[in-house]
Write a protein that binds this ligand. Structure first.
Ligand SMILES: Cc1ncc(COP(=O)(O)O)c(C=O)c1O
Length: 398
């Protein structure tokens, strides 16, 4: 008999591919395997048509035009293309970037590489731990950071991957534009979970990744504004001139078809699913509080206001508990992560929780729960009991 698998509550790390998405993808691996760049035969035409259809579907859901969608290998590449591609096209004296410390490493690291090349960086303050809007940028401080002559770029993610904070991106975009800067939004955790439309957010660049919304890994995209006036990027990859010369490389046809199908499904199911997940997440928090009382602390924004936090996100601290021991003891029962799990190379304590000025000890004793499409009502008490039992074992007296 195969042992029971742990309950999966790590939907911010990745999601399983929905069987309906697999079904849409399958023909594009085998009988319809053509290269969309092959312009002389039907194998190529049908693949090119499938990519064009997917591009139209994705653009429509995002409120963009098909020409504004660039397919990439995921959000890491899209973020790098947005930041470095824009920087390489921006003439001096614009050599200044503004962002909070709570961004994903795939945004922070390209910005740091610009800093090494002489760019200036201003770090916008975020609301601290305990504030109802914990993790949100302080828009007044953002305005103070902007420099009319030199700010080229503001980076602001739509939803945080650790604490689920939803940022006031539309207001930030207005401020950036007023100062002649461009706004790049990493919407990787938001797409499929909350409504995302570039025409409403008024962003100039927006990154996304299929594996966060029940599509395949290794497929994503970047929205690039091409209207009023068109924004220009320098490519990072040179070669066959694919994607309007912005991203050379043979297109991942099954991945792109799957991403479009996954986004359609997520958009259709979003209102109902967001309510369901928020209900399950709130129940999980209630049960943890009942079991542990003051032994559990909420990290991130209030749970009661859907405009502040992703519906399936919960992040909590367990003061006095060794976080690594907690994760290790939970692993056979529960697949969750500490705040730091999104970057695999060096499991450092969470830079997001640190930016909220949480005590270091609590940063190291935190769990991030991500609930998703295949989370059931039965999973919630089982998860709460597993966490409470383990915390009590590790910190007797709780
Ligand atoms: C907010 C955010 N941005 C970017 C990424 C990177 O996405 P990808 O895995 O597609 O490179 C992730 C995923 O971990 C993420 O959560």
């Amino acid at each position: 008999m195969t042992p029971a698998r742990p309950i999966y509550l790590d939907y911010h790390a990745t999601t399983p591919v929905d069987p309906r998405v697999v079904e849409a993808m399958l023909p594009w691996f085998t009988e319809k395997f053509g290269n969309p760049g092959s312009v002389n035969h039907p194998y190529g035409y049908e693949a090119a048509e499938a990519v064009a259809r997917a591009r139209r579907q994705i653009a429509e859901i995002l409120g963009a035009t098909p020409r504004e969608i660039i397919f990439t290998s995921g959000a890491t590449e899209a973020n790098n293309l947005a930041i470095l591609g824009l920087a390489r096209r921006t003439p001096p004296p614009r050599r200044h970037v503004v962002l909070p410390r709570t961004e994903h490493p795939s945004v922070l690291d390209p910005v740091r590489s610009l800093q090494r090349q002489g760019w200036q960086v201003s770090w916008v303050e975020v609301r601290r731990h305990g504030h109802p809007q914990a993790g949100q940028v302080d828009l007044d401080h953002l305005e103070q950071c902007l420099r009319r002559k030199s700010t080229a770029l503001v980076c602001l993610m739509l939803a945080n991957n650790e604490i689920g904070t939803i940022q006031p991106v539309a207001q930030a975009a207005q401020l950036a534009h007023r100062h002649g800067a461009v706004l790049h939004c990493d919407a990787t955790q938001a797409l499929g979970r909350i409504p995302v439309r570039v025409d409403q957010l008024q962003v100039d660049l927006l990154s996304f990744s299929a594996h966060k919304f029940y599509g395949p890994k290794g497929t994503g995209g970047l929205y690039l504004r091409r209207r009023q006036p068109p924004l220009r990027l320098e490519p990072l990859l040179y070669g066959g001139g694919h994607e309007n010369r912005l991203r050379s490389g043979t297109l991942n046809v099954p991945g792109i078809v799957g991403m479009a199908r996954a986004l359609q499904l997520a958009a259709e199911e979003l209102p109902r699913e967001a309510n369901r997940l928020a209900g399950l997440r709130n129940r999980l928090w209630e049960l943890l509080q009942q079991e542990l009382g003051e032994g559990v602390v909420l990290h991130g924004p209030e749970l009661s206001r859907p405009e502040l936090r992703l519906p399936g996100n919960l992040n909590c601290g367990f003061p006095g508990v060794d976080g690594d021991a907690l994760l290790a003891a939970l692993a056979p029962q529960l697949a969750v992560s500490s705040g730091s799990a999104c970057s695999t190379a060096e499991p450092e304590p969470s830079h997001v929780l640190r930016a909220l000025r949480l005590p270091e000890e609590q940063v190291r004793a935190s769990l991030r729960f991500g609930l998703g499409r295949f989370t059931t009502q039965e999973h919630i008490p089982a998860a709460a009991q597993a966490v409470a039992r383990t915390v009590k074992q590790l910190a007797p007296g709780r």
